[in-house]
Design a protein around this ligand. Structure first.
Ligand code: GLU
Length: 546
C-alpha cells in the first residue's frame, strides 16, 4: 500500500534522494572546516539574537576556512512581511556579517540553493515521498476542531498532549478511505509515523555537552496542507543537503531535538553538531529575565542603527558575552582586530546570557575615544545624514569647527569618553552649535542668584581671548577669591564655614552657562572652539535669565 499511497500523494515527484545527493554533493573542504548558517524567518523583525547567532556561526565558519550561508526560513507564511528578506540582508550587511552563499537581494548565490525554503518545495517532496513509501509518513485529515477536541480531552485526562498512539486516528486509514477523502478534496497534512518503542535519546551538544531526553513519540507534521514543510522537516532536509556541519540556533529548539534526531536517523544521515545558544537576558531590578519584544526596544536590531551604535561595538560586546576570556585577550591585543580572536564553543555559557546595555555603552565610548576626530566626524555625519538631517547641514557647513570640537579631550594625556552613540553625540555636541544649544543642567540653587550674576559679569569683563590657559585660569581663581569662594579645595573642605563655596562651584556655573551642562570637556578649550562672540552671547543670556 505504501508505494501506491506515495504515488497517489506525490504523482509528480520523479526524482529520488540519490538524485538529490548528486545535485548537492559533499562539499570539498578540509576535514575541520565548518559549514554554518543562519536561518532567520522573514517576519520583519530582526532581533539581537539573530546577530548573536550570526556572529557565532560566521566566526566558526571563517575561523576554519569553512562556509557560512544565509537561508531564509519562510515556511510560515502567516508571519511573513513583505520586504522582510531585504531587511534581514541589509541588517546583516550593516553589522559586517559576510556570507559566502545564500539569499541575496536579487536571488541566490551559491550552488546549494535555492536558499529560500518556499522555493525548495519540490526537494522536500522527494524525501516526503520516500517516507510514505517506507510506511513512515501518512496523510492526516483531522480538522482544527478535531485536534482541539483531542487536546481538550488530553488536558482533562492529564495525558501528554499531541497526536500520537491511539489519538492518531488517521494513521490507520486504509488506502480506500484515503482515496475517498482525496477524491472529496479533503485537506490533509503529512504526518510522521513515530516509533513508539524508543524511550530515550542522547545527543551531544557542542555548547551544553551530552543531553539525554525522552525520544519523540509524536506523529508530528512534516508537510502542512499547502505542501510546505514544517520547521522540523525543512531543517533536517536542508541542513543535510546544504552540508551544514554545525547548527547554531537558540536554546528554544532543544525540546524539538528528538524529532530532528529521529529524522536524521531514519534517512541514515549524519547529524550535524548541535550548538544551542543561551537566550539573551537582562537584569530587571534584581532579577534576570528574557529580553522581551514588548518591553525592551534593545531587542530589535534596528534599535542599534537608529541610536547610532558602532556595529563594531556590538560585535565586541557580543564576543565579550560569548567567551569570558575575550576581554582579557582584547586588552592584551589592542592593536589587533576582534576578528583575530578565536571564538571557542567550549567556552560558551549555557545558561542565560546577560545583555547589559550600559556595558555596551562603555565599549562604545572606549571605541569612539580611540578614533581620530576626523573619523568620528565622518561616521557621525553618515549616521546623521540618515537619521537627523537638519543636524547634517549644520555639520557640513561647520566641518572645520566640528573637527576642532571633536579634538577637545582627544589628546594623548587625558582622553575623554563622552560619546557612546551618534544620537547621544548629537546631544552632547550641541554645545558647539547655537542652533542646537540648550541648557540641559540646572544651576546649583544653593549659590545665590546675586553671586551667580556677579560671577558672570566679572567673568565677562575679565575674560580675554588672547590669554593662554594658565592666564585664563588665574583670572578664574582671582574671581573665585573675590566672591568669597575657596580657591583651594583642601582648604575649603577644612573650613567650609569660611566660604560660600569653592572653585568647583564657580567653574560649574561657568560651564553650565557656556556649555549648557555640568559634564563638559575643558571649559577653556571649548571656549576657544566656539569663539568669543558665542561665549559672550551665552554669558549675556544667562545674565538675562535665559
Ligand atoms: N527559523 C528559525 C528561527 O528563526 C531558525 C532556527 C535555526 O537556525 O535552525 O528561529
Amino acid at each position: 500500500m505504501s508505494k501506491e499511497l506515495a504515488d497517489l500523494l506525490f504523482p509528480d515527484v520523479k526524482r529520488t534522494p540519490e538524485d538529490m545527493e548528486k545535485l548537492y554533493p559533499k562539499r570539498e573542504l578540509s576535514e575541520n572546516s565548518k559549514v554554518t548558517r543562519i536561518g532567520p524567518s522573514p517576519t520583519g523583525f530582526v532581533h539581537l539574537g539573530n546577530l548573536y547567532n550570526a556572529i557565532i556561526a560566521e566566526r566558526l565558519a571563517h575561523q576554519s576556512e569553512g562556509i557560512f550561508y544565509l537561508r531564509i526560513e519562510d515556511t510560515d507564511n502567516k508571519r511573513e512581511v513583505s520586504g522582510a528578506v531585504e531587511t534581514i540582508i541589509t541588517a546583516m550587511k550593516f553589522y559586517g556579517i559576510q556570507f559566502d552563499e545564500g539569499a541575496v537581494m536579487d536571488g541566490d548565490r551559491g550552488s546549494y540553493g535555492p536558499y529560500r525554503q518556499r522555493q525548495r518545495k519540490d526537494i522536500y517532496h522527494v524525501f516526503a515521498k520516500v517516507l510514505v513509501e517506507r510506511g513512515l509518513a501518512y496523510p492526516c485529515f483531522c480538522s482544527e476542531d478535531t485536534l482541539k477536541r483531542i487536546r481538550e480531552t488530553q488536558m482533562q485526562d492529564k495525558k501528554d498532549l499531541g497526536y500520537y498512539g491511539s489519538w492518531a486516528s488517521c494513521k490507520s486509514l486504509t488506502l480506500d478511505e484515503i482515496k475517498l477523502k482525496l477524491k472529496q478534496g479533503d485537506e490533509y497534512v503529512l504526518r510522521f509515523r513515530a516509533d513508539a518503542n524508543e524511550t530515550y535519546i542522547t545527543v551531544k551538544d557542542d555548547i551544553r555537552g551530552s543531553l539525554t531526553m525522552p525520544a519523540n513519540r509524536l506523529d508530528f507534521v512534516l508537510l502542512k496542507s499547502d505542501g510546505i514543510p514544517t520547521y522540523h522537516f525543512a531543517h533536517v532536509v536542508d541542513d543535510h543537503l546544504m552540508r551544514t556541519t554545525h547548527v547554531i540556533r537558540g536554546e528554544e529548539w532543544i525540546p524539538s531535538l528528538p524529532m530532528h534526531i529521529q529524522l536524521f536517523d531514519i534517512f541514515g544521515w549524519k547529524e550535524p553538531h548541535y550548538c544551542h545558544t543561551a537566550t539573551l537576558m537582562k537584569m530587571d531590578g534584581t532579577s534576570k529575565r528574557k529580553l522581551s519584544k514588548r518591553k525592551d526596544p534593545e531587542l530589535a536590531l534596528s534599535y542599534y542603527q537608529e541610536e547610532g551604535y558602532l556595529p563594531e561595538a556590538l560585535w565586541f560586546y557580543i564576543l565579550t558575552i560569548l567567551n569570558s576570556n575575550f576581554e582579557e585577550w582584547a586588552k592584551e591585543h589592542q592593536q589587533s582586530s576582534y576578528l583575530d580572536y578565536t571564538l571557542a564553543l567550549e567556552k560558551m555559557s549555557n545558561s542565560g546570557a546577560l545583555f547589559d546595555i550600559d556595558k555596551l555603552n562603555d565599549i562604545s565610548k572606549e571605541m569612539i575615544s580611540r578614533m581620530s576626530a576626523e573619523e568620528v566626524y565622518d561616521k557621525w555625519l553618515s549616521w546623521i545624514e540618515k537619521y537627523h538631517k537638519d543636524y547634517a547641514a549644520c555639520l557640513q557647513s561647520n566641518k572645520e569647527m566640528t573637527i576642532k570640537a571633536l579634538q577637545v579631550g582627544r589628546t594623548a594625556d587625558k582622553i575623554r569618553k563622552d560619546l557612546s552613540t551618534w544620537k547621544q553625540t548629537c546631544t552632547f555636541m550641541s554645545m558647539y552649535f547655537d542652533e542646537f544649544f540648550c541648557r540641559e543642567d540646572e544651576f546649583d540653587q544653593s549659590i545665590s542668584l546675586d553671586d551667580r550674576n556677579t560671577l558672570i559679569s566679572l567673568y565677562s569683563k575679565t575674560i580675554d581671548f588672547t590669554d593662554d590657559k594658565n592666564a585664563w585660569f588665574d583670572k578664574v581663581k582671582y574671581i573665585t577669591d573675590k566672591l568669597g569662594f575657596a580657591v583651594n579645595i583642601k582648604e575649603y573642605k577644612k573650613n567650609k564655614d569660611h566660604y560660600k563655596g569653592s572653585i568647583v562651584d564657580i567653574t560649574n556655573i561657568l560651564r553650565i552657562a557656556i556649555t549648557g551642562r555640568s559634564n563638559a570637556p575643558d571649559l577653556w578649550e571649548v571656549s576657544m572652539v566656539i569663539g568669543e562672540n558665542c561665549v559672550r552671547d551665552r554669558l549675556q543670556k544667562t545674565l538675562n535669565g535665559r
